[in-house]
Design a protein around this ligand. Structure first.
Ligand code: PGA
Length: 249
């Protein structure tokens, strides 16, 4: 069965609630596509107004982070159940900015992945190597380790429903996209790793995105690769260009 393409915007720490609503209106007609899942992953404070703003459209809403505990004394955190209740369907877990600036490690991310799935959210699990790791020739080893750690105790059926985003750190926000061959090599290796841990059917089902300076000009070639099922898009998700990524010409 062919995998359905998924293009998700990662707004990061951009857009006030009123700006968010305006952006939804600006993009509304540009992102219409029945064959692609379109997701806006937005700052927590924008979730409620964005869920409202995209009602009746093809756009789904995602969060950029969550905490793994059920509830309680975790000042500043947001639970999976809160996201679900607010109308969120996806949640980015383990973005390199969270791993780096907020020191999120694979043991923590594994708990978040499991909690998200338990709550009925679809995790978009991020992985990716630094430039230094790529130059050392350990890219595939590094990614395989991240995937294996982050998916500990996750069932085959759950993995089949997930999204994995390969985002080379050196390509994020730098304008330096991985070539489509470089991106395909790693996305293919992620799929092979899933086949090894689980089975072929799970590997065939899981959707794998590429992220890192995706734009309207390079999306078509990247998404044309057999193991790349769409993109996780930062900078270009905040402007009309996002429409060209959902609907490459
Ligand atoms: P970018 O960010 O598209 O701005 O490179 C991608 C991401 O960090 O998800």
């Amino acid at each position: 069965m062919a995998r359905r393409r998924i293009v998700a915007g990662n707004w990061k720490m951009n857009m006030t609630p009123s700006e968010a609503v305006a952006l939804c209106a600006q993009l509304k007609d540009l992102v219409v596509n029945d064959e692609v899942d379109v997701v806006y992953c937005v700052p927590a404070i924008d979730i409620v107004p964005v869920v409202e703003a995209v009602k009746g459209t093809n756009v789904k809403v995602g969060a950029e982070n969550m905490y793994f505990e059920e509830k309680g004394a975790y000042t500043g955190e947001i639970s999976a159940a809160m996201l679900k209740d607010a109308g969120v369907e996806y949640v980015i877990i383990g973005h390199s900015e969270r791993r780096d600036y907020f020191k999120e490690d694979d043991a923590l991310l594994n708990k978040k992945v499991k909690k998200a799935l338990e709550a009925g959210l679809t995790p978009i699990l991020c992985c990716g190597e630094s430039l230094e790791q790529r130059e050392m020739g350990i890219t595939l080893d590094w990614i395989r380790m991240q995937i294996k750690c982050d998916l500990q105790g996750v069932t085959a059926e759950q993995v089949a429903s997930m999204v994995i985003a390969y985002e080379p750190i050196w390509a994020i926000g730098t304008g330096k996209t991985a070539t489509s061959d470089q991106a395909e090599e790693v996305c293919g290796a992620i799929r092979a790793c899933i086949a090894e841990i689980y089975d072929e059917a799970t590997a065939e089902a899981v959707r794998i995105q590429y992220g890192g300076s995706v734009n309207g000009g390079n999306a078509k070639e990247l998404f044309g690769k057999p193991d790349i099922d769409g993109g996780l898009v930062g900078g270009a998700s905040l402007k009309a260009d996002f429409g060209k990524i959902v609907n490459p010409e």
